[in-house]
Design a protein around this ligand. Structure first.
Ligand code: FEO
Length: 169
């Protein structure tokens, strides 16, 4: 059974994951408007992944006898000054999410809620990957600079990303 405090904290994180999905979907439309279909595809896949993160927490709350309470999702930004600006926003957002996940782990440990602590470890590892991926995209865009060919090649690479919804939790 989840404590009320833990239940509230995971509910907040479900909202944060849904917001992440919304933010990345907003970035997908930005890239679409710049005719960068590969970047747009990458952001759409990322939005799907965030939805999966939110639903993974949703299911966990239910399994532990808690109650999911859905709150309003904040309006995401819709404009960025360049592809680099948008991807830097992805990185800073993921760093923020890592902080939120770490806060949840701290709470689970304070409460000696071992089941929630173990559950959250998956997200701890996931955040390492999320930050690494966004960071390497930032590095590539900095290297590319104003080289249109480089941007075109990266766009083609990002167009190949496919997110497959994991079957098992
Ligand atoms: Fe759900 Fe990108 O962290």
């Amino acid at each position: 059974m989840l404590s009320k405090k833990m239940e509230k904290a995971i509910n907040q994180q479900i909202n944060a994951e849904m917001y992440s999905s919304y933010l990345y979907l907003s970035m997908a439309t930005y890239f679409e408007s710049k005719s960068l279909g590969g970047f747009s595809n990458w952001m759409r896949q990322q939005a799907q992944e965030e939805l999966f993160h939110g639903m993974k927490m949703f299911d966990f709350v239910c399994e532990r006898g808690g109650r999911v309470t859905l709150k309003a999702i904040d309006q995401p930004a819709s404009k960025w000054s360049s592809p680099l600006d948008a991807i830097q926003n992805v990185l800073s957002h993921e760093q923020k999410v890592t902080g939120l996940i770490n806060d949840l782990v701290n709470l689970a440990q304070d409460e000696r809620d071992h089941a929630t602590n173990i559950f959250l470890q998956w997200f701890v590892s996931e955040q390492v990957e999320e930050e690494d991926t966004a960071g390497s995209l930032v590095d590539k865009l900095i290297l590319i600079g104003k080289d249109a060919n480089g941007l075109f090649m990266l766009d083609t690479e990002l167009g190949q990303r496919i997110f497959t919804m994991p079957v098992k939790k």
